[in-house]
Design a protein around this ligand. Structure first.
Ligand SMILES: CC(C)(COP(=O)(O)OP(=O)(O)OC[C@H]1O[C@@H](n2cnc3c(N)ncnc32)[C@H](O)[C@@H]1OP(=O)(O)O)[C@@H](O)C(=O)NCCC(=O)NCCS
Length: 143
């Protein structure tokens, strides 16, 4: 099940904190974002009420920027990221978004393949974008 995270469903925020300790951001920062930034969209994917993945994207005028997508390791390769990406693409269609962009590490093969499967194409290389590694700018045109 996909659920929008808001400041009002704190249970999800606490669940996310467990994930974010590993890969993302601290609870206080997350709460601050949810409270002050209406352009950030954050959704969780749960199975039997357990949060196992999330997607975060930002609305920038008529563009979406995919900021993060994450699935707990033991739940990967079951189509969960596909559900989350499809959800974002449907939202983009409904909101007349013109394109979706993202940055990904050049060595992140699972993510690169995921994005290509959903129609994102490589647009530019960002040298040393991640310090130790190049980044790839990818774009999906919606129009
Ligand atoms: C990338 C990630 C989100 C994929 O999540 P997932 O739920 O396992 O993905 P799905 O099961 O929906 O797979 C969809 C497609 O992604 C690609 N893919 C996923 N895992 C892959 C792997 N280990 N190797 C190669 N391709 C892979 C495939 O194209 C797959 O389609 P297919 O099953 O028809 O081959 C997950 O590996 C993850 O959380 N990684 C760590 C966080 C991360 O790197 N996020 C991206 C930051 S830019």
């Amino acid at each position: 099940m996909i659920t929008k995270v808001t400041i009002d469903n704190m249970a999800d925020v606490y669940e996310l904190q467990k994930l974010f300790n590993v890969v993302f951001r601290q609870k206080d920062e997350l709460i601050d974002t949810l409270t002050t930034n209406p352009y950030v969209q954050l959704y969780t994917y749960s199975i039997d009420k357990k949060v196992v993945g999330f997607i975060e994207y930002s609305i920038i005028y008529d563009r979406y920027e995919l900021d993060n997508i994450y699935v707990l390791e033991e739940y990967r390769n079951k189509g969960i990221a596909s559900c989350l990406i499809s959800f974002m693409i449907n939202e983009a269609q409904d909101n007349n978004i013109t394109n979706i962009t993202l940055e990904v590490r050049i060595d992140n093969d699972p993510a690169l393949r995921l994005y290509e499967k959903y129609g994102f194409v490589k647009k530019a290389i960002r040298h040393n974008y991640y310090g130790d590694c190049d980044g790839i700018l990818m774009e999906k045109e919606m129009m």
